[in-house]
Ligand binder design. Sequence first.
Ligand code: HSE
Length: 434
Amino acid sequence: MTQALRLGIAGLGTVGGGVLDILARHGSLVAARAGRPVEVVAVSARNRARDRGHDLSKIAWHDDPAALAVDPGVDVFVELIGGEGNPAKGAVEAALRAGKHVITANKALLAHHGPALARLAEDKGVALNFEASVAGGIPIVKTIREGLAGNRVGKLFGIMNGTCNYILTKMANEGRSFGDVLKEAQGLGYAEADPTFDVGGFDTAHKLAVLTSLAFGVEANLKAIDIEGIEQITLEDIAQASDMGYKIKLLGVAISSEQGIEQRVHPTLIPKGSPAADTDGVFNAVVVKGDFVGDLMLEGRGAGAHPTASAVLSDVVDIARGNFRPAFGIPARDLRPYTPAPPKAHEGGFYVALTLHDKPGAVAAVAKILADEKISLESIFQRGKAGKDEARATAPFILITHDTVESAMRAALDRIETDGHVAGRPRMIRIERL
Ligand code: HSE
């Protein structure tokens, strides 16, 4: 009988439990595809006493994931702990140094240390596979690394955080508050341990850094990403956008051009009917533009136990078959240094929400600043009055611009904020006419 591939799983939370479920239900299917049985022989987690609904009595237990990483009985170290630093980082390094294959779902680790870990894996001739790190069950890593190997990719974008998409969808469809829906998403196991990683856009940024590296053959550069979360998005913004034919989505966008690479994460107005606009709830979608294949969109569940575990199992089968490649598609030493595009060079439309003091000349003053900055307006909306107490004092005012360079938009908003005609900071949401 062919020797089993022996897994050691560090982290038995949502995803770790999902891997155990899939192996319990699809053991023979996975073995047939892997060409050999796949067994979990050792695990490590924080709380040994917790009932996980699986019999772990025949599986070795390690309190320390770094000890699991070098357990001689383990062939593949599966890191499902999360976090950019230790214990995940130390354990992954220890496993690679010990010549073990590594599977990780840890986008933070890859976004911060991907090139160094990939070099270590390549020096040792082992796999560093991370399909589960981006967009849960969607096989986007394999698609870019293998399926699109004959293409040069110029742009990719996507909805890559299930929690944010779930929140924005429920706010839009049910008129519920941000906080209320966030609690529900946490209860369903979608959110990170610290949900600011989700709603602040950092989780999407980690995933974008990984895809950028794969798609453009450059070293991951998280620091170069302009990040904005969804915390400031209001029900009013969502309703206003909808009336104008847009949905609001948290997008990660990466573009490679002669000017360099641009990476952004921010709430975005996208036209209803455009790719990914109908990707709602916990679903994710990633669109990749290859020069020969054209546009490609993959959509699926981006979070949750079983979709993410499904991605882990695809890495397991590849390793079992000896089918693994350099982690980022080309040898880590050949990844190009990251060259950023000039800051704020992005050009597009903008949605701007202002609270105007309801006095003669206020609109004219705003319009003059926009004209000075050569910003052309597509639409203007004034929707009723602000709160009752201020009924006579302020009025919400929405502007949609034609395509404008972001630096000009920001300069205009700085001037508008200090010009005495608005209350509070104007809010700006980018529009992508995808
Ligand atoms: N918290 C993440 C999300 C889980 O909501 O998409 C998958 O990375």
